[in-house]
Structures are given as C-alpha cells and as structure tokens.
Ligand binder design. Structure first.
Ligand code: TRH
Length: 371
C-alpha cells in the first residue's frame, strides 16, 4: 500500500475573499506546500487580485482559476477529471457544478474527501470538532460527508501551516543583507514591523517611541497599516517638530516569502489576522497579535485562549488587551526586560509547535487514510 508521501493527489481548493488578505494568504500557502509535495492543486478564487504582489511568479503545480468565470467552471466539469480532494476554506460554499462533478466520482476514485478547512483558534472546542464528519443532506453533494479540519496549537488539532525546511531557512537568514536589499539604511536601531488594522493605541505607542531613548525603526506594511500610521502621525506633535527616536520606513506590498523575511528581520513584530500571526510564531521574535474583530466580541475569548496557550507574561497580556482595545489602558512600549520576557515566551511556544506535524502534512495524511 502506498504511504501518504508517495500518493499524488489532485486538489480543488476553494477560497472566497471576505476582506483583507488572510483567506487568500492561507490558501495560497497551503496550495504551494501541497504542490511542492508533488500534488496538483487548482486554487479557485473569487478575487485573486492580491496574488499580483503576494505571489507574482505563481508556483509550479498550482493553477489559479477565477471562480466567477462560468466558462472556467464549465471547462473543469466537461474536460477534466474530478479532484481527489475538495477543500472549502472557511465554509465558502464551492460552486455547485463542481461539487456535483466531484460527487459523481464517489466510489470510483481511489481517494475522495471533502474537507472544510476552518479558521484558526486556540479555544478548547477546536480539539473537540477537529476531524468530525458532517453528512451533507441536500444540494449537489447530497449523500457525501464533509470533514471538519481545524488548524490549532496542540497535537489534537490540525496544526499550523509550516513548510519543510522553514526553520533552517530562518536560521540561515541574514537580516543586514535583507534590509540592504529592501533599500533600508539600517543603523542598528531596534526594528519593529507593523501590520495592523487601526488600533486606537497606535498614536500613543508611536509617541512613546518618539520620546524614548532607544532608537526604533518602524517598518510599516503597505495598505491599512500605512494609512493608520499616517493618520496617527497627523494627531501627534513630535518633540522638536521631528520624530525623536523613531524613524519610519514604509514598505511596498511584498511577495509572501519577503513578508516572512520581514518578520525574521525584526526585533518585534506587530501582526494581525491569521496568516501573519502564524508566521510570527515561526520568526521566533517577540510579537503582538491584533486579532480580527468579531461583532459579538467572540475575539476576546479567542485572543485570551491563545495568550493562555502561550503562557504569556503579564506585560505581554496587558499589551495585547490594550492593542486590541479591550481596555482603555495604554499599550506600554516594551523596555528591554519586557522584550526579553516576550521573546522567551515566543520561543517556548515555537519550540512546542515545531515538535508537532504541520497542517499540510496532517491534512494529506488524514485524506489518504480516511478515503
Ligand atoms: O489580511 P488579514 O487581516 O486577514 C484577515 C484574517 O485572515 C482574518 O482571520 C480573516 O477573517 C480576514 O482576513 C478575512 O491578515 P493575515 O491573515 O495576516 O493575512 C495577510 C496576508 O497577506 C498574509 O498571507 C501575508 C500577506 N502579505 C504579504 O504577502 N505581503 C505583504 O506585504 C503584506 C502586508 C501581507
């Protein structure tokens, strides 16, 4: 019997862009890793415009298809064999014609699995729901079973996306070279990456860095983070009309591997959403998560569950609560001692995760053993 490593699978991976870049970012990374393992992946996306900067060169083994094009769907149904695995990312409801095409081959395909890839959380329900079946009672997939697949932080979950060799690449990374390649004239100041929404604590934090004694350079991601910094600076009167100890570099949109390198280069990473948050774990530097806000404040529980998993020191917990607007307390710029505490926690968490299988490996194993 072939082992999961020797089976080559065809995947249809469905992604709908809700807002921001996390849905696409996660799906692209998964697609890339599956293709690197020898599989063929079609990524169905309703808005792939961000791929022009996230993945300008594309990737061998990954075909991107615009889900909105009726012709592309027709061609896939008429001319191509159905996939072995259908993945709907974040419950995005794949095109019915493709579900029907997939369903027709139940019983004849060697592997046949429908996966619902869920959002990431460290909450306890994840271990309970991971790998649960969900029978489909109506629609073109009637009679099939969907399987819940939950990313997570413990061995009883689906794990996190992590390419083989990533830790070695990070080890070999030279930040001075990388910064020079980005045209950033680094003078040895503390480097902080900023990828955020619009945290109310941003302006007061910038003020603390301006008025501080340690030289700090902020590397600001393109898009909402750049807009947020511009707005915050407009609200601030800097000491002696300048920015004091703070300098700022605004970055263009980077390809995903360069975005990872940004996190490797910095002494502190302020990340957001889901995918950059996961990448910050691999960087090994201290980091702060601006969680994607939910209407019913469900993100409060979600953030605290992760802080508990990390065994976050009190100063890191307090900074998270302020940064995410859970309290009116200011986000206190970490001093060297706090940063050392945060780094210790980040590295201990990373070590625990590195001892677990990554998400793509677990997903392949699940699919080949289940079907
Ligand atoms: O963009 P996000 O805020 O995405 C969010 C979250 O995923 C959230 O959970 C989801 O509900 C919402 O989208 C719809 O943050 P995230 O998840 O970090 O995704 C950003 C992606 O963009 C990530 O893959 C990194 C990538 N990126 C680059 O490749 N280059 C860049 O220059 C930047 C700024 C980002």
């Amino acid at each position: 019997m072939p082992t999961p490593d020797t089976v080559h699978l065809h995947w249809d991976l469905f992604c709908r862009v809700i807002d921001n870049h996390g849905d696409l970012g996660v799906c692209w990374r998964l697609a890339r890793q599956l293709a690197d393992g020898g599989d063929a992946v079609r990524l169905w996306i309703d808005d792939g415009s961000a791929l022009t900067w996230m993945a300008p060169a594309g990737h061998r083994g990954v075909t991107v298809v615009d889900w909105r094009e009726a012709d592309a769907v027709r061609r896939a149904v008429a001319g191509a064999p159905p996939p072995d695995v259908l993945v709907e990312a974040f419950g995005c409801d794949p095109a019915p014609e493709l579900v029907a095409h997939f369903a027709r081959h139940q019983g004849t395909a060697r592997h046949h699995a429908w996966i619902n890839l869920e959002y990431l959380s460290a909450e306890p329900y994840v271990e309970r729901l991971h790998r649960l079946p969900s029978p489909v009672f109506r629609g073109p997939g009637e009679g099939l079973t969907k399987w819940f697949f939950y990313p997570g932080f413990t061995p009883a979950t689906g794990g996190l996306l992590r390419e083989p060799g990533l830790a070695a690449q990070r080890e070999a990374f030279d930040r001075r070279d990388w910064l020079a390649g980005q045209g950033i004239a680094w003078q040895g100041e503390r480097l902080v990456s900023l990828f955020c929404y619009e945290p109310p604590a941003l302006a007061p934090l910038l003020r603390q860095w301006m008025e501080g004694t340690d030289a700090t350079r902020l590397l600001v991601a393109a898009g909402r983070a750049t807009a947020a910094v511009t707005q915050a600076l407009n609200m601030l009167t800097a000491p002696s009309g300048g920015r004091g100890a703070l300098s700022i570099s605004y970055l263009p949109h980077l390809p995903q591997p360069e975005f990872d390198a940004l996190l490797w280069a910095c002494d502190l990473n302020l990340v957001r959403g889901e995918d950059s948050f996961v990448r910050a774990h691999w960087a090994g530097a201290p980091f702060v998560w601006q969680i994607y806000p939910q209407d019913d404040d469900a993100h409060h529980v979600k953030l605290n569950a992760w802080l508990d998993w990390l065994d976050a020191p009190a100063s890191l917990r307090a900074f998270h609560h302020a940064w995410n607007g859970f309290s009116d307390a200011p986000a206190l710029a970490p001093d060297a001692a706090a940063l050392a505490d945060w780094r210790r926690a980040a590295q201990a968490g990373r070590a625990r995760l590195l001892a677990q299988d990554d998400l793509a490996t677990q997903l392949r194993r699940f699919v080949t053993q289940k079907s």
